[in-house]
Design a protein around this ligand. Structure first.
Ligand code: BTN
Length: 254
């Protein structure tokens, strides 16, 4: 195991055995005034949450299920940028610690050869459109074996252990995610979203691909061209129209 070298991120730790969801634990701590950088980690979640009301499979001891408390001083509509920042931090850490060349799928999935290895869920509490706190939830399928996956995830999910061919030291990966996060968060605070967006674009498996996106306003199909200043995905449709997509489920097309 390795020490966490970052000074703020992960400086307060709460490590749990079984819990419903680290998101809920982190929210409760944030409501009690927990400082930025407070990190909640669990061995197992019985009610792990994914995006769009989905469940997140979180078996005991097999993954990294954690939630980080953030207190950015910014308007609520900037928070999608933090989802992308979190993705960059995890992607860089995964590559560094395990050598697995994972890539980012907009807005927040980490994929290896099209299979999901990590999901990110950012939730915020706001007052008058200003952020009170954000919870960055990170779920990394670290040491799952092929037989661990329920039927509905077979072929969709993979793990770092499966991809690297050896078990992952979870503590080193957690420490490196915190260090990368801290470095990027400082960059973001100092220079804004643009440098983070460039790093995201360089790690992306979405850009330059044909995508089909289910949005609340219906499906959009076209080429994924890049990120705009807010973090929205710029999609160029066949009629040449540029559409910023703020949320939705992306399907990569051949
Ligand atoms: C997704 O891809 O839909 C996001 C998945 C986020 C899962 C993580 S695991 C730690 C934290 N606690 C939760 O209940 N969810 C997030």
């Amino acid at each position: 195991a390795q020490r966490i070298q970052s000074t703020v991120m992960g400086s307060q730790l709460k490590i749990l055995g079984t819990t419903v969801s680290t998101q809920e634990e982190a929210k409760a701590l944030a409501e009690e005034g927990a400082p930025e950088g407070t990190l909640v980690i669990a061995e197992e979640q019985t009610g792990g949450k994914g995006r769009m009301g989905r469940k997140w499979f979180s078996p005991y001891g097999k993954g990294i299920w954690m939630s980080l408390v953030l207190r950015p001083e910014q308007p609520l509509h900037y928070t999608p940028q933090l989802t992308l920042l979190t993705g960059v931090a995890v992607c860089r850490a995964v590559r560094k610690v395990t050598g697995v060349m994972a890539g980012l799928k907009w807005p927040n999935d980490l994929l290896v050869d099209g299979r999901k290895i990590c999901g990110i869920l950012l939730e915020s509490a706001a007052e008058d459109e200003h952020v009170r706190y954000c919870i960055a939830g990170i779920g990394i399928s670290a040491n799952l074996d092929p037989g661990d996956y329920p039927e509905e995830l077979t072929g969709i999910g993979t793990s770092l252990k499966i991809e690297a061919g050896e078990p992952i030291d979870r503590m080193s990966l957690i420490a490196t995610v915190m260090e990368e996060f801290e470095m990027l968060y400082e960059l973001y605070r100092k220079d804004g979203f643009q440098p983070v967006a460039s790093l995201w674009e360089a790690l992306s498996v979405t850009l330059g691909k044909r995508v089909s996106i289910q949005t609340a306003r219906g499906p959009i199909e076209g080429m994924a061209d890049g990120l705009d200043a807010s973090g929205a995905l710029r999609v160029r449709t066949d009629s040449g129209e540029q559409i910023p997509v703020f949320s939705g489920d992306v399907e990569l097309r051949r």
